[in-house]
Write a protein of this length. Structure first.
Length: 138
């Protein structure tokens, strides 16, 4: 068995953003030479997320509206913000959207269902953060 590791770095212009990272993950898979195995994609920051869904703008707007309606960016609302940080909502949003995804690798390709793509979700942006891609297999 072999493994391949790659990091992606993000510094979004907006505090909250969703970025399709499927092409970068596919590139890492090609670099790895792995034909059969598993691909882990993991947000390495506690206010960011990685998730799988459809790459449809209206759906992404729905996600962001739902998150803001139910977990608003309101610094006075959260106990965590008493520490001096103002990003408690970003921590909670990350819990809802997920930390990581694992995708099967079959015949050298990500084994997706229909319309599935991998996304980086940023909930406290405008600073450098990373995503880890770890591919294992043969």
């Amino acid at each position: 068995m072999k493994s391949h590791r790659r990091e992606l770095w993000f510094n979004t212009q907006r505090r909250v953003d969703l970025v399709n990272i499927t092409p970068q993950v596919e590139e890492a898979l090609r670099e790895s030479g792995i034909r059969e195995g598993l691909c882990l994609v993991n947000a390495m920051h506690i206010t960011a997320s990685v998730f799988i869904n459809d790459d449809e703008e209206g759906l992404h707007e729905d996600f962001l509206k739902w998150l803001e309606r139910n977990i608003p960016h309101d610094p006075k609302r959260y106990r965590h913000n008493l520490t001096g940080e103002m990003n408690a909502d970003a921590h909670i949003k990350r819990q809802f959207m997920g930390r990581e995804v694992v995708v099967a690798v079959t015949e050298g390709r990500l084994d997706f269902g229909p319309w599935e793509q991998i996304f980086y979700g940023e909930f406290d942006g405008r600073r450098k953060k990373r995503v880890l891609i770890k591919i294992v297999g043969e």
